[in-house]
Design a protein around this ligand. Structure first.
Ligand code: PLP
Length: 407
Protein backbone atom coordinates (compact mmCIF):
# COMPACT_ATOMS: atom_id res chain seq x y z
CA UNK A 1 0.00 0.00 0.00
CA UNK A 2 1.62 3.24 -1.15
CA UNK A 3 0.68 6.01 1.23
CA UNK A 4 -0.07 9.38 -0.23
CA UNK A 5 1.68 12.64 0.72
CA UNK A 6 -1.33 13.90 2.66
CA UNK A 7 -0.14 17.47 2.37
CA UNK A 8 -1.42 17.33 -1.21
CA UNK A 9 -4.89 16.66 0.16
CA UNK A 10 -4.84 20.00 1.99
CA UNK A 11 -4.49 21.86 -1.32
CA UNK A 12 -7.48 23.79 -2.53
CA UNK A 13 -8.35 23.07 -6.16
CA UNK A 14 -7.10 25.83 -8.46
CA UNK A 15 -10.55 27.23 -8.53
CA UNK A 16 -9.76 30.64 -9.99
CA UNK A 17 -8.83 30.00 -13.62
CA UNK A 18 -11.08 26.96 -14.02
CA UNK A 19 -14.02 28.96 -12.69
CA UNK A 20 -13.19 31.82 -15.07
CA UNK A 21 -13.16 29.47 -18.08
CA UNK A 22 -16.40 27.86 -16.91
CA UNK A 23 -18.09 31.25 -16.78
CA UNK A 24 -16.68 32.27 -20.18
CA UNK A 25 -17.92 29.02 -21.75
CA UNK A 26 -21.39 29.50 -20.26
CA UNK A 27 -21.49 33.10 -21.52
CA UNK A 28 -20.36 32.01 -25.01
CA UNK A 29 -23.08 29.39 -25.16
CA UNK A 30 -25.82 31.77 -24.12
CA UNK A 31 -24.49 34.70 -26.25
CA UNK A 32 -22.85 33.15 -29.33
CA UNK A 33 -23.01 36.50 -31.16
CA UNK A 34 -21.04 38.45 -28.53
CA UNK A 35 -17.32 39.11 -28.82
CA UNK A 36 -15.21 38.37 -25.72
CA UNK A 37 -11.97 40.23 -24.98
CA UNK A 38 -9.69 38.65 -22.41
CA UNK A 39 -7.83 41.04 -20.16
CA UNK A 40 -7.58 38.45 -17.44
CA UNK A 41 -4.66 36.19 -18.11
CA UNK A 42 -1.00 36.92 -17.49
CA UNK A 43 0.22 35.54 -20.80
CA UNK A 44 1.91 37.67 -23.43
CA UNK A 45 0.45 38.14 -26.90
CA UNK A 46 3.24 39.73 -29.00
CA UNK A 47 5.70 37.63 -31.04
CA UNK A 48 9.29 37.01 -29.90
CA UNK A 49 11.72 39.86 -30.63
CA UNK A 50 13.36 39.43 -34.07
CA UNK A 51 16.86 39.26 -32.53
CA UNK A 52 15.78 36.28 -30.40
CA UNK A 53 14.19 34.52 -33.37
CA UNK A 54 17.37 34.98 -35.47
CA UNK A 55 19.54 33.58 -32.63
CA UNK A 56 17.08 30.71 -32.15
CA UNK A 57 17.30 29.84 -35.90
CA UNK A 58 21.09 30.07 -35.97
CA UNK A 59 21.40 27.80 -32.92
CA UNK A 60 18.98 25.28 -34.43
CA UNK A 61 21.17 25.21 -37.55
CA UNK A 62 24.24 24.57 -35.35
CA UNK A 63 22.42 21.65 -33.77
CA UNK A 64 21.84 20.18 -37.24
CA UNK A 65 25.55 20.09 -38.07
CA UNK A 66 27.81 17.46 -36.51
CA UNK A 67 30.65 19.97 -36.16
CA UNK A 68 28.62 22.39 -34.06
CA UNK A 69 26.07 20.02 -32.50
CA UNK A 70 25.81 20.11 -28.69
CA UNK A 71 24.50 17.44 -26.34
CA UNK A 72 23.86 18.01 -22.64
CA UNK A 73 24.84 21.49 -21.62
CA UNK A 74 26.06 22.68 -18.22
CA UNK A 75 23.28 22.21 -15.64
CA UNK A 76 23.80 25.74 -14.34
CA UNK A 77 23.39 27.17 -17.84
CA UNK A 78 25.84 28.22 -20.54
CA UNK A 79 28.52 30.69 -19.50
CA UNK A 80 27.70 32.95 -22.49
CA UNK A 81 24.23 33.62 -21.08
CA UNK A 82 25.21 33.82 -17.41
CA UNK A 83 27.98 36.32 -18.22
CA UNK A 84 25.56 38.58 -20.11
CA UNK A 85 23.04 38.49 -17.27
CA UNK A 86 25.71 39.32 -14.68
CA UNK A 87 26.90 42.32 -16.67
CA UNK A 88 23.68 43.76 -18.09
CA UNK A 89 21.13 42.93 -15.41
CA UNK A 90 23.35 43.41 -12.37
CA UNK A 91 26.79 45.04 -12.69
CA UNK A 92 25.47 47.84 -14.90
CA UNK A 93 23.06 48.67 -12.08
CA UNK A 94 25.69 48.50 -9.37
CA UNK A 95 24.84 45.04 -8.06
CA UNK A 96 27.95 42.86 -7.79
CA UNK A 97 26.57 39.53 -8.97
CA UNK A 98 28.93 37.06 -10.65
CA UNK A 99 28.07 34.66 -13.48
CA UNK A 100 28.81 31.77 -11.10
CA UNK A 101 25.93 32.89 -8.86
CA UNK A 102 23.38 32.65 -11.69
CA UNK A 103 21.44 29.46 -12.48
CA UNK A 104 19.58 29.29 -15.80
CA UNK A 105 16.27 27.41 -15.73
CA UNK A 106 13.20 26.73 -17.81
CA UNK A 107 10.96 28.97 -15.74
CA UNK A 108 10.56 31.16 -12.72
CA UNK A 109 7.59 29.04 -11.72
CA UNK A 110 9.79 25.93 -11.34
CA UNK A 111 12.49 27.82 -9.46
CA UNK A 112 10.09 29.57 -7.12
CA UNK A 113 8.37 26.23 -6.52
CA UNK A 114 11.54 24.15 -6.13
CA UNK A 115 13.65 26.36 -3.91
CA UNK A 116 11.56 25.65 -0.81
CA UNK A 117 12.81 22.05 -0.73
CA UNK A 118 16.17 23.31 0.59
CA UNK A 119 14.60 24.43 3.85
CA UNK A 120 13.53 22.49 6.91
CA UNK A 121 9.91 21.42 7.21
CA UNK A 122 9.34 23.56 10.29
CA UNK A 123 10.52 26.93 8.97
CA UNK A 124 7.89 29.64 9.31
CA UNK A 125 6.82 30.88 5.88
CA UNK A 126 5.50 34.37 5.15
CA UNK A 127 3.67 35.09 1.92
CA UNK A 128 2.05 38.24 0.61
CA UNK A 129 -1.74 38.49 0.53
CA UNK A 130 -2.86 38.75 -2.28
CA UNK A 131 -0.32 36.24 -3.56
CA UNK A 132 1.04 34.49 -6.66
CA UNK A 133 -0.31 31.07 -5.59
CA UNK A 134 2.89 29.06 -6.30
CA UNK A 135 4.57 30.38 -3.11
CA UNK A 136 1.72 29.05 -1.00
CA UNK A 137 0.92 25.77 -2.72
CA UNK A 138 4.51 24.50 -2.89
CA UNK A 139 4.95 25.09 0.85
CA UNK A 140 1.66 23.37 1.57
CA UNK A 141 2.82 20.37 -0.51
CA UNK A 142 6.01 20.26 1.57
CA UNK A 143 4.09 20.19 4.85
CA UNK A 144 4.81 23.70 6.07
CA UNK A 145 1.18 24.54 6.69
CA UNK A 146 -1.80 23.25 8.58
CA UNK A 147 -5.21 22.78 7.03
CA UNK A 148 -7.19 25.23 4.94
CA UNK A 149 -9.51 27.19 7.21
CA UNK A 150 -11.33 30.46 6.81
CA UNK A 151 -9.85 31.12 3.34
CA UNK A 152 -6.22 30.64 4.42
CA UNK A 153 -3.79 27.91 5.46
CA UNK A 154 -3.13 27.64 9.15
CA UNK A 155 0.52 28.05 10.05
CA UNK A 156 1.43 30.34 7.16
CA UNK A 157 1.97 34.02 7.90
CA UNK A 158 0.03 36.20 5.48
CA UNK A 159 1.53 39.63 4.83
CA UNK A 160 -1.41 41.92 4.19
CA UNK A 161 -0.97 44.12 1.13
CA UNK A 162 -3.77 46.65 0.97
CA UNK A 163 -4.39 50.26 0.00
CA UNK A 164 -3.48 51.17 3.60
CA UNK A 165 0.15 50.20 3.05
CA UNK A 166 0.27 50.94 -0.69
CA UNK A 167 0.31 47.19 -1.25
CA UNK A 168 3.75 46.87 0.34
CA UNK A 169 3.38 44.67 3.43
CA UNK A 170 4.57 45.73 6.86
CA UNK A 171 7.30 43.74 8.57
CA UNK A 172 5.79 40.74 10.40
CA UNK A 173 5.02 41.09 14.09
CA UNK A 174 6.12 37.53 14.79
CA UNK A 175 9.43 36.03 13.69
CA UNK A 176 9.34 34.38 10.27
CA UNK A 177 12.10 32.45 8.48
CA UNK A 178 11.27 32.32 4.80
CA UNK A 179 9.79 35.42 3.17
CA UNK A 180 8.37 35.66 -0.33
CA UNK A 181 8.32 39.13 -1.88
CA UNK A 182 7.27 39.94 -5.44
CA UNK A 183 7.85 43.38 -7.01
CA UNK A 184 6.49 44.63 -9.34
CA UNK A 185 3.74 42.60 -7.82
CA UNK A 186 1.46 40.06 -9.35
CA UNK A 187 -1.46 40.64 -8.92
CA UNK A 188 -1.48 44.21 -7.52
CA UNK A 189 1.04 45.82 -9.88
CA UNK A 190 2.55 47.63 -6.87
CA UNK A 191 6.26 48.39 -6.61
CA UNK A 192 8.55 48.73 -3.61
CA UNK A 193 10.81 51.68 -2.86
CA UNK A 194 14.49 51.28 -2.07
CA UNK A 195 13.84 52.35 1.55
CA UNK A 196 11.08 49.79 2.10
CA UNK A 197 13.12 47.03 0.51
CA UNK A 198 16.02 47.99 2.77
CA UNK A 199 13.70 47.51 5.78
CA UNK A 200 12.99 43.96 4.62
CA UNK A 201 16.67 43.21 4.11
CA UNK A 202 17.42 44.54 7.60
CA UNK A 203 14.61 42.38 9.03
CA UNK A 204 16.09 39.31 7.31
CA UNK A 205 19.57 40.13 8.63
CA UNK A 206 18.32 40.59 12.20
CA UNK A 207 16.17 37.46 12.19
CA UNK A 208 18.40 35.11 10.17
CA UNK A 209 15.57 34.95 7.65
CA UNK A 210 15.79 34.44 3.90
CA UNK A 211 13.94 36.47 1.27
CA UNK A 212 12.87 34.85 -1.99
CA UNK A 213 12.57 37.91 -4.23
CA UNK A 214 10.46 37.30 -7.32
CA UNK A 215 11.36 39.95 -9.89
CA UNK A 216 9.61 38.36 -12.87
CA UNK A 217 8.23 41.79 -13.85
CA UNK A 218 11.30 43.99 -13.26
CA UNK A 219 11.53 44.87 -16.97
CA UNK A 220 8.31 46.87 -16.63
CA UNK A 221 9.81 49.32 -14.11
CA UNK A 222 10.07 52.75 -15.70
CA UNK A 223 10.73 54.81 -12.59
CA UNK A 224 14.51 54.89 -12.30
CA UNK A 225 14.37 55.53 -8.54
CA UNK A 226 12.83 52.10 -7.92
CA UNK A 227 15.05 49.08 -7.33
CA UNK A 228 14.93 46.44 -10.06
CA UNK A 229 16.81 43.92 -8.02
CA UNK A 230 17.01 43.22 -4.30
CA UNK A 231 20.78 43.07 -4.80
CA UNK A 232 20.79 46.83 -5.33
CA UNK A 233 20.32 46.93 -1.55
CA UNK A 234 23.49 46.62 0.47
CA UNK A 235 23.73 43.41 2.47
CA UNK A 236 21.02 41.61 0.46
CA UNK A 237 23.50 39.09 -0.89
CA UNK A 238 23.66 37.47 2.55
CA UNK A 239 19.91 37.11 2.96
CA UNK A 240 18.20 36.89 -0.44
CA UNK A 241 17.71 34.84 -3.55
CA UNK A 242 16.32 36.51 -6.66
CA UNK A 243 14.25 34.90 -9.37
CA UNK A 244 13.74 36.45 -12.81
CA UNK A 245 12.27 35.32 -16.08
CA UNK A 246 12.46 36.05 -19.81
CA UNK A 247 8.74 35.19 -20.00
CA UNK A 248 7.25 38.66 -19.67
CA UNK A 249 10.44 40.57 -20.48
CA UNK A 250 10.87 39.10 -23.95
CA UNK A 251 7.77 37.03 -24.68
CA UNK A 252 9.30 33.69 -23.60
CA UNK A 253 6.19 32.24 -21.91
CA UNK A 254 6.09 29.50 -24.56
CA UNK A 255 9.86 29.37 -25.14
CA UNK A 256 10.80 28.91 -21.45
CA UNK A 257 13.86 30.54 -19.96
CA UNK A 258 14.44 32.12 -16.55
CA UNK A 259 17.14 32.34 -13.93
CA UNK A 260 17.75 32.35 -10.22
CA UNK A 261 20.54 34.22 -8.47
CA UNK A 262 21.85 32.43 -5.38
CA UNK A 263 24.74 34.53 -4.02
CA UNK A 264 27.74 32.70 -2.65
CA UNK A 265 27.48 34.76 0.54
CA UNK A 266 24.01 33.48 1.42
CA UNK A 267 23.92 30.85 4.17
CA UNK A 268 21.31 28.67 5.79
CA UNK A 269 21.89 26.85 9.07
CA UNK A 270 21.80 23.35 10.53
CA UNK A 271 19.89 22.68 13.74
CA UNK A 272 23.14 23.10 15.66
CA UNK A 273 23.83 26.43 14.01
CA UNK A 274 26.46 25.49 11.43
CA UNK A 275 26.30 27.66 8.32
CA UNK A 276 25.72 25.92 4.97
CA UNK A 277 26.07 27.93 1.73
CA UNK A 278 22.72 27.98 -0.05
CA UNK A 279 24.59 28.15 -3.38
CA UNK A 280 26.12 24.70 -2.77
CA UNK A 281 22.72 23.24 -1.92
CA UNK A 282 20.98 24.72 -4.97
CA UNK A 283 23.80 23.56 -7.24
CA UNK A 284 23.47 20.07 -5.76
CA UNK A 285 19.72 20.14 -6.21
CA UNK A 286 19.88 21.35 -9.79
CA UNK A 287 22.65 18.95 -10.88
CA UNK A 288 20.64 16.07 -9.43
CA UNK A 289 17.19 16.95 -10.73
CA UNK A 290 17.70 19.20 -13.77
CA UNK A 291 19.58 18.80 -17.04
CA UNK A 292 19.54 22.36 -18.25
CA UNK A 293 17.70 24.50 -20.79
CA UNK A 294 18.11 23.74 -24.49
CA UNK A 295 21.00 25.40 -26.31
CA UNK A 296 18.81 27.25 -28.89
CA UNK A 297 16.64 28.69 -26.10
CA UNK A 298 19.69 29.97 -24.22
CA UNK A 299 21.04 31.53 -27.43
CA UNK A 300 17.62 33.16 -27.99
CA UNK A 301 17.73 34.51 -24.42
CA UNK A 302 21.28 35.79 -24.90
CA UNK A 303 20.05 37.84 -27.87
CA UNK A 304 17.94 39.90 -25.44
CA UNK A 305 21.22 41.58 -24.38
CA UNK A 306 22.42 42.48 -27.90
CA UNK A 307 21.95 46.07 -29.09
CA UNK A 308 19.01 45.12 -31.36
CA UNK A 309 17.61 42.79 -28.71
CA UNK A 310 17.61 45.54 -26.08
CA UNK A 311 15.82 47.90 -28.44
CA UNK A 312 13.23 45.28 -29.43
CA UNK A 313 12.59 44.29 -25.82
CA UNK A 314 12.11 47.94 -24.92
CA UNK A 315 9.60 48.32 -27.77
CA UNK A 316 7.77 45.23 -26.56
CA UNK A 317 7.56 46.52 -23.00
CA UNK A 318 6.52 49.97 -24.25
CA UNK A 319 3.77 48.33 -26.30
CA UNK A 320 2.22 46.67 -23.25
CA UNK A 321 2.87 49.69 -21.03
CA UNK A 322 0.89 51.85 -23.44
CA UNK A 323 -2.04 49.51 -22.74
CA UNK A 324 -1.35 49.58 -19.01
CA UNK A 325 -1.33 53.38 -18.91
CA UNK A 326 -4.56 53.57 -20.86
CA UNK A 327 -6.34 51.01 -18.69
CA UNK A 328 -5.31 52.81 -15.51
CA UNK A 329 -6.25 56.22 -16.89
CA UNK A 330 -9.70 55.18 -18.12
CA UNK A 331 -10.60 53.27 -14.96
CA UNK A 332 -9.47 56.22 -12.85
CA UNK A 333 -11.62 58.56 -14.95
CA UNK A 334 -14.56 56.24 -14.32
CA UNK A 335 -14.01 56.78 -10.60
CA UNK A 336 -12.22 53.57 -9.67
CA UNK A 337 -9.25 53.48 -7.33
CA UNK A 338 -6.38 51.91 -9.28
CA UNK A 339 -2.89 50.84 -8.52
CA UNK A 340 -0.21 49.36 -10.79
CA UNK A 341 -0.03 49.93 -14.52
CA UNK A 342 2.72 52.55 -14.19
CA UNK A 343 5.65 50.23 -13.53
CA UNK A 344 3.92 46.93 -14.12
CA UNK A 345 1.64 45.24 -16.66
CA UNK A 346 -1.11 44.66 -14.08
CA UNK A 347 -3.70 47.14 -12.88
CA UNK A 348 -5.41 46.37 -9.58
CA UNK A 349 -8.83 47.94 -9.42
CA UNK A 350 -11.04 48.49 -6.40
CA UNK A 351 -14.30 47.09 -7.69
CA UNK A 352 -16.69 48.71 -5.19
CA UNK A 353 -18.42 45.31 -5.05
CA UNK A 354 -17.44 41.67 -4.57
CA UNK A 355 -14.72 40.55 -6.99
CA UNK A 356 -16.87 37.90 -8.71
CA UNK A 357 -19.82 40.33 -9.04
CA UNK A 358 -17.56 42.76 -10.89
CA UNK A 359 -16.24 39.91 -13.03
CA UNK A 360 -19.82 38.94 -13.98
CA UNK A 361 -20.77 42.54 -14.65
CA UNK A 362 -17.83 43.13 -17.02
CA UNK A 363 -18.39 39.84 -18.81
CA UNK A 364 -22.12 40.22 -19.23
CA UNK A 365 -22.30 43.93 -20.00
CA UNK A 366 -19.01 44.51 -21.83
CA UNK A 367 -17.85 41.05 -22.92
CA UNK A 368 -14.54 41.70 -21.13
CA UNK A 369 -12.77 39.16 -18.93
CA UNK A 370 -10.83 40.28 -15.86
CA UNK A 371 -9.43 38.26 -12.95
CA UNK A 372 -11.29 38.39 -9.62
CA UNK A 373 -8.90 39.53 -6.90
CA UNK A 374 -10.44 37.19 -4.33
CA UNK A 375 -8.78 34.32 -6.19
CA UNK A 376 -5.37 35.59 -5.01
CA UNK A 377 -6.18 35.68 -1.30
CA UNK A 378 -8.40 37.23 1.34
CA UNK A 379 -7.03 40.73 0.81
CA UNK A 380 -7.96 40.49 -2.87
CA UNK A 381 -11.71 40.43 -2.16
CA UNK A 382 -13.35 43.53 -3.60
CA UNK A 383 -10.65 43.93 -6.28
CA UNK A 384 -10.01 42.73 -9.81
CA UNK A 385 -6.79 42.43 -11.79
CA UNK A 386 -6.68 43.69 -15.36
CA UNK A 387 -3.74 42.70 -17.53
CA UNK A 388 -2.11 44.82 -20.22
CA UNK A 389 -1.10 41.79 -22.29
CA UNK A 390 -3.21 42.25 -25.39
CA UNK A 391 -3.24 44.24 -28.64
CA UNK A 392 -3.82 48.01 -28.59
CA UNK A 393 -6.96 47.45 -30.67
CA UNK A 394 -8.45 44.96 -28.20
CA UNK A 395 -7.63 47.12 -25.19
CA UNK A 396 -9.19 50.20 -26.84
CA UNK A 397 -12.28 48.22 -27.75
CA UNK A 398 -12.55 46.70 -24.27
CA UNK A 399 -12.20 50.08 -22.55
CA UNK A 400 -14.81 51.59 -24.83
CA UNK A 401 -17.28 48.85 -23.91
CA UNK A 402 -16.45 49.14 -20.21
CA UNK A 403 -16.98 52.90 -20.20
CA UNK A 404 -20.45 52.32 -21.68
CA UNK A 405 -21.24 50.16 -18.63
CA UNK A 406 -20.25 52.80 -16.10
CA UNK A 407 -21.49 55.83 -17.98
N1 PLP B 1 6.45 34.77 -10.85
C1 PLP B 1 5.37 35.52 -11.04
C2 PLP B 1 5.07 36.59 -10.05
C3 PLP B 1 4.55 35.33 -12.15
O1 PLP B 1 3.46 36.09 -12.32
C4 PLP B 1 4.87 34.30 -13.07
C5 PLP B 1 4.04 34.04 -14.24
O2 PLP B 1 2.96 34.51 -14.45
C6 PLP B 1 5.99 33.53 -12.82
C7 PLP B 1 6.77 33.79 -11.70
C8 PLP B 1 6.35 32.39 -13.71
O3 PLP B 1 7.11 32.73 -14.79
P1 PLP B 1 7.71 31.68 -15.80
O4 PLP B 1 6.93 31.81 -17.08
O5 PLP B 1 9.14 32.05 -15.97
O6 PLP B 1 7.56 30.31 -15.22
Amino acid sequence: MIRVNENYLKLQSSYLFSEISKRITAFRESHPEREIIKLGIGDVTCALPAACVAAFHAAATEMGDERTFRGYGPEQGYEFLREKIAVHDYKERGAEIEAGEIFISDGAKCDVGNIQELFAEDVIVAVPDPVYPVYVDTNVMAGRSGDWQDASYRGLVYLKSTEHNNYVPELPETKVDLIYLCFPNNPTGATISREKLREWVTYAQKNNALIIYDAAYEAFIKDETLPRSIFEIQGAKEVAVEIRSFSKTAGFTGTRCAYTVVPEACNVYTRSGTAVPLHTLWLRRQTTKFNGVSYPVQRAAEAVFSAEGKKQVKDLIDYYMHNAGLIRKRFSEMGFLCTGGDNSPYIWIQAKMASWDFFNLLLEKAGVVCTPGSGFGKCGEGYVRISAFNSHENVEKALHKISDVFR
